[in-house]
Design a protein around this ligand. Structure first.
Ligand code: NAD
Length: 327
């Protein structure tokens, strides 16, 4: 990344340098390269460390076409909020693929938020009906606002309807809708399903929230919250009856939303399509207006590396990031 040392790209640098459209392009392109085999994620490590209730882990991979090699390290520290810090903490290390030298350290917190928002936005751009008018939000935590902002850039949404397990969080999401100029209604969860053309689920639920029989034909659902064994946002029968797309099939069936339908024998890996195949034009994606499409995102290391690589390149061009030497 830098011939003169290790580039340090701070959280503030990332906020200044990365916008949602750069994140969208980076995530769309990396999904395509994962599907064509040019880029590969390596096995994820995720462990409870037995201290501070923390979950700690690594996501890594290599994208040969952009020569991006690296790892995102970090995890979830539930007590951080009381210390004035975000509970999710991460940092991306980028390495020179020719030598293995550390080339950049990039703050991963903001990038995680925008790469996750970009993933649902890419799924909406790729799979939802072009005439989608109502966006349904299930969840109103830290990520929800990011998902909403990125989603509304993809379709001509005219309204947002939302439900959250903790209704007291909904006004904050309402403010985001207001900022992007859309009317916002907090409604019952069945009503989200009855009204929305596109639904984003972004909760930490461990039990199904969306039931199969509530979903209208033609709906696109981006399931973003389930990224761990045991979590679940969607009825497994809904997964079984939808056309299912994902970032990475093995992660999807082990820690993603399809883990339940897969475990119950309602869906096979062959019935799940990498979203990148639709991006590359090797799979048709949605073929009828009536199709229910479902994107299962677990979040892959290459997504993090893709946005970190862009942030590092932008920082080099802007010339304002520090470099340090470690010999
Ligand atoms: P957060 O803690 O800020 O918000 C959690 C949300 O889940 C809130 O809306 C909360 O009201 C809701 N919730 C809590 N308990 C619930 C329950 N029992 N039933 C239903 N809803 C419940 O978290 P966040 O940062 O907004 O992340 C939300 C989810 O997305 C988490 O599960 C996180 O692990 C996941 N996530 C996924 C990716 C990805 O790449 N797919 C990336 C980041 C976060």
């Amino acid at each position: 990344m830098s011939d003169n040392g290790i580039l340090v790209v701070t959280e503030d640098d990332c906020k200044q340098l990365m916008d949602s459209s750069s994140a969208f392009d980076a995530v769309r392109d990396i999904f395509g390269r994962m599907a064509s085999g040019e880029a590969r994620n390596f096995p994820v490590v995720r462990e409870a460390i037995g201290h501070a209730d923390a979950l700690y882990g690594f996501k890594s991979g290599f994208d040969k076409s952009s020569m991006t090699l690296g790892v995102k390290g970090g995890g979830y520290w539930p007590g951080n909020m009381e210390k004035g810090l975000t509970n999710h903490q991460s940092t991306v290390c980028l390495f020179d693929p020719d030598t293995g030298r550390l080339s950049a350290l990039v703050g991963g917190n903001y990038l995680t938020a925008i790469r996750t928002a970009a993933a649902s936005a890419v799924s909406i751009a790729t799979l939802s009906r072009e005439n989608s008018k109502v966006l349904g939000m299930i969840g109103a935590g830290h990520q929800a606002g990011f998902q909403l902002r990125a989603a509304v850039e993809q379709r001509g949404f005219e309204k947002v309807v939302a439900w959250n397990f903790h209704p007291e969080y909904l006004p904050n999401l309402g403010k985001v809708a207001e900022e992007v100029g859309l009317p916002f209604e907090a409604v019952e969860i069945e009503e989200v399903c009855a009204e929305a053309d596109v639904i984003i689920t972004i909760t930490s639920s461990f039990a199904p929230l969306l039931m199969n029989h509530w979903i209208r034909q033609g709906t696109h659902i981006a399931c973003m919250g389930t990224d761990t064994r045991g979590k679940q946002e969607v009825d497994s029968k809904l997964v079984a009856s939808a056309k299912v797309f994902t970032d990475e099939i093995d992660q999807s069936t082990s820690i993603g939303e399809t883990q339940h339908a897969f475990g119950e024998g309602l869906i096979t890996k062959e019935q799940i399509t990498p979203l990148g195949e639709v991006i590359n034009g090797t799979h048709p994606g949605r073929t009828h207006d009536e199709d229910i499409t479902l994107f299962d995102s677990t979040g892959v290391g290459l997504q993090d590396l893709a946005v970190a690589g862009v942030a590092a390149r932008k920082a080099m061009v802007a010339g304002n990031a520090q470099t340090v030497q470690i010999g």
